[in-house]
Ligand binder design. Structure first.
Ligand code: ZN
Length: 1077
């Protein structure tokens, strides 16, 4: 039956109707919420129902903290502090100063019915709201978080309320000069109080503002047709009804046609459709960078307090934070805020990730430092919150050591989250979610957020990029979206949470065109699902073997040289103390106690300085004043601890006729020259030959030097002949191998200088084009003999670099006293450095051919190309090494050792050690001082093997000499925990220490366990199956276990007559726990 309704399509066109011109209509959208000329006409004009400001409703009084101090609440509010009257418009400074405002306000009678009342504070710098009784309530930061919602107790009409505002004269990114983030700080900045008002907010208007924002963003995408119509209708409605309260509600109804009707609560996330993007709040706070540690402590309390408030108001919100150090600071300085965080951790909404002490650099710290980052991190999280972290969270670091997956697994973490690799400026890393595989084969599931930021603004684009930039969708299309303002911006805002609700509402409304974002899940939920897929074989993730080399920030291997040197020396000192203190608790004075508390403090300080803007050299000058002070403390405590341990072992000052004794803290027999203690010996050197021999070295192994021509010297020993001409080495002849190692016409140990102006990030980057500016530096003085043998010979030369800078290098050769080790040419350099944007290096041309060179890294070796075949090869024009780099061909090789350097390059046959840079931002005075650097050239017949590995250790760990009344009595104890001579020479006993929870050593953080234990950390250093036996040297050991880094027992081991037999796979790091009887 035909319908009764008959539409009549008119025969004649009634009027013209044009096609909407999208670019004009799209541009119009800005008029609705913009701050420009229409702001008094548009939606924003309706945002506040009322506003009050100034006296008598709001009274401001201020007390400025003296100098640049950062007083506590109690100090700031104590009797006698004079609070003077202040008003809006007053300005405060200078940079880094702190000003406490007492804010007294009364809500007027006729406001009592109004909706949400907020206190708005805008001073252009960071601030914190405190309650009258000293509770830190919430952080404020310019632009993105200027409101504090008045709690009900502050809304009593006619009642006076008091709060305090702690104003800190710095912005999120400190106080840079001239508005360029990385320029050195301007100490004279002032900030004026622009807003100190109480407002009544129209929440419908604010909600419509969020609606319009997200629909408007969609109107700029493939969604332009529908979304643009919705926006246009909203604007037209608003205009037609003059922005009345009723029309705001109608406008919202129009928006909901597109966003769905559940966007006003967390219910929007309650649908069973599979989400793709997991939103997770975070606030990446750099532990120092463009501000000092002292400011970080406040950034933490501000940011995390904000999050506790938001977690209460938004049930779907989840927030993650890393860095045990930041939690510890909060615990020590802000117990109220810490308890608030703890409560939310217990509820599961505030989540701990990372498992490390700080978000540290991973290129430069030594192996044991990486281990301790996890040990101190995980133990802190476990002791305070009853749980370890399961995900290593390190979004922002400048390259990723190849052994991280192994160490993560051994620290109870199977997952790794990061981001920085998206900054590569040469090659685009090809994966988002993948298995990252260590040198030893250990793997973690790695995820890099495809939105390519760890502080997303939670916009439409962040959600869509989570799919459009996802590179592993073949395996799994889900991703994490870490959002929130970082670095003192205070983390996620309510605005961001509102926007995400609307993004989700939109997906459920319009379908697959918008990736579905989910909230309320955890990072662990996200990885659990991936891990399950991998475990069940549902998905086989793509693998990436070896380091995640960062194609940027290569200057950070070299910038801030003193800091890097302090790190290396502190690691060595800690190693030696732990070894000697362990022995002292076993065979030393009965009264001696393992100095766990002091060691913990030393470690925590060293670990703190390894933060990813501190050790790499990318922080401002203030941060290095701080770290210098901390290192000085570390060395002071360390030297005392070392003396205490030595004394407990019976060493003395030699005054009672005791004899010199060498203390070797490394795992193999050493025969090198050693400096004699001046207190007992007139002779400068001794050498080890059974005991310490102080007679002259035998003629056949002695070193000699002679001048053969004007400014030409020849240094010789049994193994090498070194010709020094004009300060450089023109011939380095290997006597036994009958091989000249310097190419004809070349000079090795040649100083070279480069122009060093990267594209932007000065302290961070050295760019590929710097290589083209190479200039040789010529010695400006004739060389002179400074040591004439027979133990050691040396020749010194000075090179004037400029009118302000010079370098004196001393090339030396020692008697070849150790028949197991090839001889090396040692170089000592004293540099006075005052250059601008220059890079000093030392070059070693060789006669060796290989397409790959080897570099020591933590617990292993990384091989990298010596050529520029592909862009991936070329990107590695400057790389990181630890104690040595090596270029070997079949039958012969050359190693370059160093005592404090990390930057290196091998191009073709030329090796190059990076010495000093001269960036002027963010520290205008970086490295402008005296430096002392040592390196060595070690030619070797045969392949790269344990001789280089050991030489690298020997060069860095001095043989210590001290006096002992009965040195022979110590021999047995000093032989404990070393490998027997038939063990694989690739095995290294790297660390000897006491158990973390031993009852006589525990720091009380975790429950002490019965018994006393020795912990041995070992590794295979050359990349092959290694077997060996660890001798107990008479120490009685009852039981032994293989354990993880956290000293959890994994399997029991048996102890044979010779000691503990171990077998390690290639580049495996293994920890053994021995229970003492
Ligand atoms: Zn960072």
């Amino acid at each position: 039956m035909a319908s009764a309704f008959k539409p009549t399509y008119p025969q004649l066109a009634e009027r013209p109707k044009g096609k909407q011109i999208h670019n004009i209509y799209r541009e119009r959208l800005r008029m609705f919420t913009g701050q420009g000329q229409y702001k008094k006409q548009n939606l924003m004009s309706k945002l506040y129902d009322a506003r009050m400001s100034g006296s008598p409703n709001i009274e401001l009084h201020v007390w400025s903290a003296p100098k640049l101090s950062r007083p506590t609440f109690d100090e700031a509010t104590k009797k006698g502090n004079e609070y003077r009257k202040a008003k809006k418009g007053d300005s405060f400074g200078p940079s880094w100063s702190t000003h406490w405002f007492k804010v007294q306000f009364t809500v007027p009678e006729d406001w009592s019915y109004n909706g949400q009342l907020e206190f708005h504070w805008e001073s252009g710098c960071e601030a914190m709201v405190w309650s009258e009784d000293g509770k830190p309530l919430q952080g404020l930061s310019p632009n993105n978080r200027t409101e504090w919602i008045l709690p009900s107790e502050c809304r009593e009409a006619g009642e006076e309320n008091t709060i305090y505002i702690e104003m800190a004269c710095n912005q999120m990114f400190g106080n840079p000069t001239g508005g360029d983030t990385i320029q050195p700080l301007d100490p004279h900045r002032y900030f004026s109080v622009r807003e100190a008002d109480i407002v009544s907010v129209n929440l419908d208007v604010r909600a419509l503002y969020y609606d319009f924002w997200i629909v408007g963003d969609a109107a700029h995408s493939w969604e332009e047709h529908q979304a643009l119509q919705i926006c246009t209708q909203i604007m037209d409605k608003f205009i037609a009804e003059d922005g009345s309260d009723a029309c705001i509600k109608d406008c919202r109804e129009i928006a909901k046609r597109y966003l769905g009707d559940k966007i006003d609560s967390a219910d929007v996330y309650k649908s069973d459709k599979m989400p793709l993007v997991q939103g997770i709040g975070n606030c990446h706070i750099d532990t120092c960078w463009l501000w000092p540690w002292a400011e970080t402590k406040r950034k933490v309390v501000r940011s995390w307090s904000n999050q506790c408030d938001l977690l209460d108001r938004y049930p779907e919100h989840r927030f993650v934070a890393s860095q045990a150090q930041q939690f510890k600071w909060l615990e020590m300085n802000y117990p109220y805020a810490f308890d608030r965080v703890k409560k939310h951790i217990k509820e599961g909404s505030f989540q701990t990730v990372g498992g490390s002490w700080v978000e540290h650099d991973t290129n430069l710290p030594g192996g044991e430092s990486l281990v301790r980052q996890f040990v101190y991190g995980q133990r802190y999280f476990e002791s305070r919150f009853g749980q370890r972290c399961r995900t290593f969270w390190l979004p922002d670091t400048f390259g990723y050591s190849t052994q991280l997956p192994q160490l993560c697994r051994l620290a109870d973490m199977n997952r790794f989250f990061t981001q920085k690799l998206s900054w590569n400026n040469i090659n685009n890393f090809p994966h988002t979610t993948f298995n990252w595989v260590s040198l030893d084969g250990s793997q973690v599931i790695c995820h890099m957020a495809p939105a390519e930021t760890y502080t997303a603004m939670a916009n439409f684009g962040d959600v869509t990029r989570s799919v459009t930039q996802h590179k592993s969708m073949d395996q799994d299309a889900t991703s994490l979206l870490p959002f929130g303002f970082g670095d003192g911006g205070g983390g996620p805002t309510s605005e961001q949470l509102e926007k995400l609700r609307r993004c989700r509402g939109m997906s459920d409304q319009i379908g697959e065109r918008m990736p579905r974002v989910q909230m309320g899940g955890t990072v662990e939920d996200f990885f659990d699902r991936l891990e399950k897929k991998a475990a069940t074989g549902e998905t086989e993730f793509v693998t990436w073997y070896g380091e995640l080399y960062f194609e940027l920030h290569r200057g950070t291997y070299t910038s801030q040289a003193a800091n890097k040197r302090n790190n290396r020396k502190a690691e060595i000192l800690l190693h030696d103390i732990e070894y000697l203190a362990t022995l002292a608790t076993i065979g030393g004075d009965k009264k001696y106690k393992y100095p766990k508390k002091d060691l913990d403090e030393m470690w925590e300080n060293v670990l703190l300085c390894q933060f990813h803007d501190c050790l790499p050299g990318s922080a401002i000058e203030m941060c290095y004043d701080d770290s210098d002070e901390l290192y000085a403390k570390v060395f002071k405590t360390g030297n005392r601890l070392l003396e205490d341990a030595m004394e407990a072992l019976g060493f003395d000052d030699g005054s009672r006729g005791s004899l010199p004794k060498a203390v070797n803290t490394l795992g193999w027999e050493r025969k090198g020259l050693l400096h004699m203690p001046t207190s007992t010996e007139p002779k400068r050197y001794g050498f080890i030959d059974g005991g310490i021999n102080v007679s002259n070295v035998p003629k056949d192994i002695a070193a000699s030097v002679e001048q053969v021509d004007s400014d030409v010297f020849v240094l010789k020993n049994k193994d090498l002949e070194v010709k020094v001409e004009g300060g450089a080495i023109t011939s380095l002849y290997d006597v036994k191998a009958k091989r000249e190692t310097v190419p004809k016409g070349s000079k090795t140990n040649q100083l070279v200088i480069y122009d060093d102006k990267p594209l932007y990030w000065q302290a961070w980057d050295v760019e590929v084009y710097h290589l083209e500016s190479r200039k040789e530096l010529k010695a400006t003085s004739e060389a002179k003999i400074t040591e004439a043998g027979p133990e050691r010979v040396a020749v010194s030369t000075t090179t004037q670099i400029s009118d302000k800078s010079w370098i004196t290098t001393t090339v030396s050769l020692a008697a070849s006293v150790d028949s197991n080790q090839p001889s090396q040419v040692d170089v000592d350099a004293e540099v006075e450095w005052h250059e601008t944007m220059k890079f000093l290096k030392v070059e070693f041309p060789t006669t060796i051919t290989n397409t790959e060179a080897s570099y020591e890294t933590q617990y292993g070796i990384v091989r990298r190309p010596t050529h520029y075949n592909t862009t991936w090869d070329m990107a590695k024009f400057e790389v990181c090494c630890h104690r040595w780099a090596d270029l070997s061909e079949h039958g012969y090789g050359m190693s370059i050792l160093n005592d404090s350097k990390y930057g290196f390059a091998t191009a073709g046959k030329t090796m190059r050690l990076s010495l000093l840079r001269a960036p002027k931002a963010p520290d205008a005075h970086a490295d402008m001082k005296r430096h002392h650097i040592r390196w060595a050239i070690l030619p070797h017949a045969g392949p790269l093997d344990e001789r280089t590995v050991r030489a690298g250790f020997n060069f860095n760990y001095p043989l210590r000499t001290a006096s002992h009344p009965n040195p022979a009595k110590l021999d047995k104890l000093l032989s404990a925990f070393k490998l027997t001579s038939d063990s694989s020479p690739s095995l290294i006993v790297d660390t000897v220490k006491r158990g973390e929870d031993d009852e006589d050593a525990s720091n009380g953080d975790m429950p002490a366990k019965k018994g006393r234990h020795v912990i041995l950390r070992m590794y295979d250093s050359l990349g092959g199956l290694s077997r060996g036996t660890i001798s107990m040297g008479g120490v009685k050991v009852g039981k032994a276990w293989k354990c993880n880094l956290l000293e959890d027992e994994l399997e029991e081991m048996s102890i044979g007559d010779e000691g503990l037999e171990v077998e390690l796979r290639a580049f495996e790091v293994a920890t053994f726990k021995l229970r003492l009887e």
